[in-house]
Design a protein around this ligand. Structure first.
Ligand SMILES: *Cc1c(COP(=O)(O)O)cnc(C)c1O
Length: 391
């Protein structure tokens, strides 16, 4: 049976070139970089080189890149680390209602620890109101954490403008750029952000490795204490193979970024156009223009996203309903709620996220299968029957 993977926003396979770079670091080059002998120097050199490469991909300096165990850890560290370092200055943080759970749940934790958090509303496409943001900044605001692009609906937020507003009031800005990396060129100098989170496994690198960009001079406390690794800011013997794989994946992603984005956009737009043409009673979620090149998120009225996922799986298509983190729970996605959808409509959501290994045939296969699946599910839906009857 044909298998089509369309869940690249959840994770991506490690590219062959990346795996090849990683392999020696499991066995041949295994020295602990913190030791003094030549084995160690080889490992240390490799990590230094990887740090240089990752830094270059976002126009940062090597000393501003700190490797972490995931994108989630980078988000946790940025927010908890700044909160802890600046708690005597203030205890107010601003974020949005559509952030990844790595940000939202960290903010909720800090609320339990005595911090105050403003969760900004978003409009129907997922944009925060910049006037609302400006008005939310207080004397005691220490950090603004707004994602660069949303992992569910694909909307790209105006981080540069957000930074401009924050800087007028001298507030630090963190952005979760995990979904943007490899899709849109990131330039931390141009953006002006103080902290930025990355993850390797969304850009065809290995799972379990990420990075936090910390602009030089930014006050931040550590999350993980122990040895002197990561310039004394993040303890733990380095995941050398992971870090090497991350750097290779980053290098490849940036090398081919234009080509990659153009290809994804073409497939994305074909999916959106054809689904809109062939299937009635749908809603495209997220901004139609300011949208990640590989993101399609559509609500199919009168059916359940879970049923849709299972039916798609039966014909070999892997997709997601909302977000990988929320499937498995019956609550509709917090992002779809935040853009103002009703529970009923939100429950019928489908996210197809396109990646490097997809071809036009994959898209055609989805366009062949999806309409009949949606129709079959609707035919079994009492809600749909009412609508048809009403007509
Ligand atoms: C995947 C993702 C994360 C988490 O990264 P991990 O490396 O899987 O922990 C954080 N934020 C966004 C927007 C993501 O898409």
């Amino acid at each position: 049976m044909k298998r089509v993977y369309l869940d690249y926003a959840a994770t991506s396979p490690v590219k062959d070139e990346v795996l090849k770079e990683m392999l020696p670091y499991f066995s041949d080059v295994f020295g602990n970089p913190s030791s003094v002998y030549s084995y160690a120097r080889e490992s240390k050199k490799a990590i230094d080189k990887a740090r240089d490469i990752v830094a270059t991909t976002i126009n940062a300096k090597a000393k501003e890149i700190y490797f972490t165990g995931s994108g989630s850890e980078a988000d946790n560290w940025a927010i908890k680390g700044v909160a802890s370092a600046l708690k005597n200055k203030g205890k107010h943080i601003i974020t949005s209602k559509i952030e990844h759970h790595a940000v939202l749940h960290t903010c909720e934790y800090l609320e339990r620890e005595g911090f105050e958090v403003t969760y900004l509303d978003v409009d129907e496409n997922g944009f925060i109101d910049l006037v609302d943001l400006e008005n939310s900044i207080r004397e005691d605001t220490i950090l603004i954490s707004i994602m660069y692009a949303n992992n569910e609906i694909g909307t790209i937020l105006p981080i540069k403008q957000i930074v401009e507003i924050a800087k007028r009031k001298s507030v630090l800005v963190h952005t979760d750029a995990v979904q943007v990396y490899g899709n849109i060129l990131i330039d931390v100098i141009d953006l002006g952000v103080d902290l930025l989170s990355l993850s390797a496994h969304k850009i065809y690198g290995p799972k379990g490795v990420g990075a936090l960009y910390i602009k030089r001079g930014t006050k931040i406390n550590s999350l993980i204490y122990g040895g002197a690794q990561e310039m004394k800011k993040r303890a733990g013997t380095e995941n050398i193979a992971g870090i090497i794989g991350f750097a290779k994946a980053a290098e490849l992603a940036i090398e081919n970024i234009e080509e990659h984005a153009t290809k994804l956009k073409k497939l994305r737009d074909k999916l959106i156009e054809e689904i809109t043409k062939t299937i009635p009673h749908i809603r495209l979620n997220g901004d139609p223009i300011k949208r990640l090149p590989g993101n399609v998120n559509i609500c199919f009225k009168y059916i359940e996203g879970e049923a849709l996922l299972l039916s798609l799986d039966l014909v070999g298509i892997a997709a997601s309903s909302g977000s990988a983190c929320t499937s498995g729970s019956l609550d509709p996605s917090h992002v779809l709620m935040a853009i103002g959808l009703t529970h009923e409509i939100a429950h019928g959501s489908l996210r197809l996220s396109i990646g490097d290994f997809n071809s036009e045939e994959d898209i055609d296969y989805v366009l062949e299968k999806l309409p009949e699946i949606v129709q079959r599910l609707r035919d079994m839906s009492p809600l749909y029957e009412e609508v048809i009857g009403g007509n």
